[in-house]
Design a protein around this ligand. Structure first.
Ligand code: NAP
Length: 541
């Protein structure tokens, strides 16, 4: 027993924060592969993370089901039947529940419990973790599966408290659902979430008012149902897919062409774009031309291709002008898939308010007041996003060596080594951390599994060496950040700079690309190289 340990405090090898895609896999790996004692804490009452909380109408995955899953168990792959190409939230939540049951993960997860602080004790080389229920647990390793898009943000509108109607952030959607029948409903936000909500509820509500600040480029989703024959065919591809996803830029099964856009004759490249478009997936974005991310001329042609396809779907040219993006290029912000989204604005019961032109002034007792007037609402839906990448971490009181809080450490600039560790925070590992592709530029399960496999190997290495702790060195961190920034600055995402990708949705947040833009494949190779060199850049003690 270490000197600072009190006998009443529960001791485990690893604390896992969260029971979503990452947390579940962490529990499995720690317990079944490394033989460690694990305690996971999950704020929700069930497993699922993102897929537990985001149960708003229309919530659905944008990656094809057959690559949005775990690869670690052939038995699981063989028995789970996906019903369609892009399953809705309840199906993904059911899948994660099935995984939790099948691998008996629940016994190591405490639900309805939020981790409030985690302090590193340098003498003991252990983390002291406390929860909102007043519990304390001590652990050698602290594993953050707390999510990259899990700290919801509600804009600080003046008069927020005065609103007499129902106000709901999409990430806190009530389990019992919401009755929209005959109601005057407002939606603030037209990101991936807002679009899914709007297209789903428009025909259920009495009247819908959409408050849009920035229109986004979208791609029409093609979502065929799967039958047994299709599922059987997909299963034959799993052995290839499970390797393939780690070998592509964005962790999908498709990847950029090596052909140069401008070397291809105009007609031919337009045909190529059309073919990608018709796939009805993110293939058009991350399976087409990589120059879209770097070359303004290429980006403009692709942007125009998309603008033309949006515009023709909207009857009123004035409404169309508001919905067609003009102030940024295609793919420089997250591109959502949509399903009959634009047709919503041809309905009589739907009104689009451009809150860039007529900004929201405040919330009132009755609804929303913009510079143009008041909109009366019974229900207001905040599809206003998240404090991405850093929010889930900085909302916990994490203190590393010398008691330095992560919040303070990052106040002068976010620092991570490969999004996996932060210098000064030994034995704390992150998934979906800033400066890794998992933070946004990756099919999430691909990158989570790659990161957790690497973390597991790193922890095994610490044990094999008979050591207690591992910590990214300051030098490795500086080098990774320099590389991250260099790649980021080459992209148009960096130049556009207006979305959560750049921290731009949070006032006062550092404007720096959160996800690593070098590709999931490049990143994986970099992680593998670090491992092959005995976890170079990570010091043991
Ligand atoms: P988001 O992309 O950050 O969108 C938030 C929306 O709220 C934006 O339209 C934003 O406008 C607006 N907004 C924020 N503050 C506002 C204010 N004060 N006044 C007016 N408008 C305001 O958040 P999200 O839609 O929740 O999506 C976040 C990420 O989650 C996505 O990018 C995606 O990665 C993931 N997601 C995935 C899926 C899927 O796979 N199917 C579905 C949903 C979400 P501005 O753009 O002008 O800031």
């Amino acid at each position: 027993m270490n000197p600072n340990q009190s006998s009443s405090v529960r001791q485990v090898d690893a604390v896992v924060v969260g029971a979503g895609f990452a947390g579940l896999y962490m529990v499995k790996k720690m317990r079944d592969d490394l033989g460690l004692t694990v305690q996971a804490f999950e704020a929700g009452q069930g497993v699922g993370g993102t897929w537990y909380w985001n149960r708003y109408p229309g919530a659905r995955v944008d990656s094809q089901a057959y690559i949005y899953q775990y690869w670690f168990s052939d038995e699981l792959l063989g028995e789970w039947d996906w019903s369609e190409r892009f399953p809705a939230q309840p199906e993904t939540e059911r899948y994660l529940n099935h995984v939790a049951d099948k691998f008996d993960l629940r016994k190591d997860i405490q639900f309805g419990t939020r981790v409030t602080s985690a302090h590193y004790n340098e003498t003991a080389q252990r983390w002291t973790v406390t929860t909102d229920g007043g519990q304390t647990v001590e652990a050698q390793f602290l594993l953050m599966g707390s999510g990259g898009l899990s700290a919801p943000v509600v804009p600080p509108f003046r008069g927020y408290e005065s609103f007499k109607g129902q106000c709901i952030h999409t990430a806190y959607w009530p389990k019992e659902g919401v009755d929209f029948k005959g109601k005057r409903v407002g939606v603030i936000g037209t990101g991936a979430t807002g679009i899914q909500v709007i297209q789903t509820i428009a025909d259920q509500v009495g009247h819908l008012t959409v408050f849009q600040r920035t229109p986004n480029y979208t791609i029409p989703m093609r979502n065929p149902k799967y039958d047994d024959a299709k599922r059987a065919a997909l299963r034959t591809e799993y052995p290839v897919l499970k390797e393939r996803v780690h070998d592509t830029f964005a962790g999908f099964n498709y990847d950029f062409t090596d052909r140069s856009f401008l070397d291809i004759p105009f007609e031919e490249r337009q045909e190529m774009l059309q073919k990608l478009w018709d796939d009805g997936s993110l293939n058009f974005w991350i399976g087409g031309f990589r120059e879209v991310f770097f070359d303004e001329k290429v980006n403009e042609e692709v942007s125009n291709f998309v603008r033309d396809r949006i515009r023709v779907r909207i009857n009123d040219p004035q409404v169309a002008a508001k919905l067609v993006p003009s102030d940024h290029g295609f793919g420089t912000r997250r591109v959502p898939l949509e399903n009959k989204y634009y047709e919503v604005y041809n309905r009589d019961n739907v009104e689009l308010v451009d809150v860039k032109a007529t900004p929201i002034d405040c919330m009132t007792e009755k609804g929303i007041r913009t510079s143009e007037g008041e909109y009366e609402l019974d229900i207001l839906i905040m599809a206003t996003g998240f404090d991405a990448g850093t929010g889930a971490l900085t909302r916990i009181d994490i203190r590393g060596r010398d008691g330095v809080s992560l919040n303070d450490a990052w106040s002068s600039g976010t620092r991570t080594t490969m999004g996996l560790q932060v210098h000064g925070y030994p034995n704390m590992f992150m998934t979906m951390g800033p400066f890794s592709p998992a933070a946004a530029f990756c099919n999430v399960p691909t990158c989570l599994q790659q990161q957790i496999d690497w973390i597991t190997d790193c922890m095994q290495f610490v044990r094999d060496q008979g050591r207690q702790a591992v910590e990214a060195t300051a030098e490795a961190e500086t080098n990774w950040i320099a590389h991250h920034d260099e790649v980021a600055q080459m992209t148009l995402v960096h130049k556009t700079g207006t979305s959560w990708y750049m921290g731009a949705n949070i006032e006062g947040k550092e404007r720096r690309l959160i996800p690593y833009a070098g590709g999931a494949n490049t990143y994986r190779k970099a992680c593998d190289d670090v491992k092959a060199r005995g976890f170079e850049g990570f010091a043991l003690s």
